[in-house]
Ligand binder design. Structure first.
Ligand code: SF4
Ligand code: SF4
Length: 380
């Protein structure tokens, strides 16, 4: 049982409840899963009790355990607030890997795993369509200092993000290439508990980037970036032989070098911190600095932002298996965003964008929803 590695941490849980509502005096639930299902066993403290019962041998993995473990966006709010600084996300991942080994992945999420294994992306789309969003083929497979790693969701589902990042990099004068053999980053594999699949995907991508000769890789998808920065070195057992960074981080460097000019945009903008980018990687300022660099933009903040931000409800592919949870939480976050009076809601993650477009459609709202790089591309 992979979970057994974390026995000491599991025994260190104080059952204090900071991980789901005590951090805000019991006034507000911080866990999207606990918000929707309202049962202790769906929040972090309950999952830690389940983990303890599993390592003590008084509970077996079964479908009921699986239902709770996979009802998690891996937003990291629980870990951020944990009074004992426990590695809760690592513990959930170990539980997922144990469940996957026992073929207990809930059916809808198992479908994500099969799609990514068969087609190389979680949407089951044809491999040949992966670069269908690109304005041309000149940059595909060329030698360059920088690789733009696109990721499955921008490549197939939210292509405006791929195009926006491409345009921003081009306008900033970055010498960049697209891989002709990019495969899924491995994040969906981890979401369903398939460690071997994640390792294989990571190995293919790292080999392709090494072969390209690039010294840095830029991302518009924070799930892919977190995968490379945090998970790939562990999966492959060696440090990355190149630097990885988010598009807004690279843009900040180029702006400091004076190579980016932005046109006036008179908008009231609210920025939602994607969990992978914010709590996951600690990147809170770079997107905000990029927004503030646009003349005429006035940035406002939601009631909950930065490390205390609330998830869009759609992380870790939960929409595939837990749609009511995705919808309830995206609606709550949407309400927080529109309460600021902003006319433009920006995020920096394709999953957040899918969530907010869904909430906008339901609300029949005129508030625009874009990714930071998409909006910056309109200002260049
Ligand atoms: S990672 Fe997010 S959804 Fe999962 S248990 Fe923690 S707070 Fe809840
Ligand atoms: S905050 Fe940490 S120590 Fe407290 S109940 Fe939650 S997991 Fe346990």
């Amino acid at each position: 049982m992979r979970l057994a590695v974390y026995t000491n941490q599991i025994y260190s849980c104080l059952r204090c409840g900071f991980c789901f509502d005590h951090a805000v005096g019991g006034q507000e639930k911080i866990c999207p899963s606990y918000v929707t299902y309202g049962m202790e066993s769906y929040g972090a403290r309950g999952k830690m009790a389940i983990a303890r019962a599993l390592v003590d041998g008084v509970l077996e993995y079964d479908a009921d355990v699986a239902m709770r473990v996979y009802a998690c966006t891996e937003c990291g709010a629980c870990e951020e607030q944990c009074f004992k600084y426990l590695s809760l996300l690592d513990i959930y991942r170990a539980m997922k890997a144990d469940l996957a080994e026992r073929e207990l992945v809930p059916a809808e999420l198992a479908g994500v795993g099969r799609a990514v294994a068969d087609a190389g992306n979680p949407y089951g789309q044809a491999r040949g369509k992966r670069l269908g969003w690109a304005p041309g083929t000149d940059r595909v497979g060329k030698k360059a200092e920088t690789v733009f790693f696109v990721g499955c969701t921008p490549a197939y589902v939210r292509r405006g993000i791929a195009r926006g990042a491409y345009q921003v990099l081009e306008a900033a004068g970055v010498d960049f290439a697209l891989l002709d053999d990019e495969v899924c980053c491995g994040h969906p594999h981890l979401a369903v508990g398939d460690l071997e699949g994640a390792r294989e995907a990571a190995g293919k991508n790292v080999a392709a980037i090494e072969a390209s000769g690039a010294t840095q890789v830029v991302f518009a998808c924070p799930g892919c970036l977190q995968m490379f920065r945090e998970e790939v070195p562990d999966l492959l057992g060696r440090p990355l032989p190149f630097r990885v960074l988010h598009a807004t981080e690279l843009l900040g460097e180029r702006r400091a070098a004076g190579s980016v000019r932005l046109r006036k945009q008179s908008r009231v903008v609210v920025y939602h911190d994607p969990c992978n980018l914010g709590r996951g990687l600690g990147i809170y300022d770079a997107p905000r600095r990029a927004i503030d660099a646009v003349p005429g933009a006035r940035r406002v903040e939601m009631r909950r932002s930065g490390a205390g931000s609330f998830c869009c409800g759609n992380g870790d592919f939960v929409r595939f298996g837990y749609e009511p949870m995705a919808v309830e939480n995206e609606q709550a976050r949407w309400n927080e965003a529109v309460a600021t009076g902003a006319d433009l809601l920006l995020s920096a993650c394709p999953a957040c964008q899918i969530a907010f477009l869904d909430a906008k459609r339901r609300a029949k709202s005129t508030v625009d929803v874009l990714d930071v790089v998409e909006w910056l591309a309109t200002a260049i």
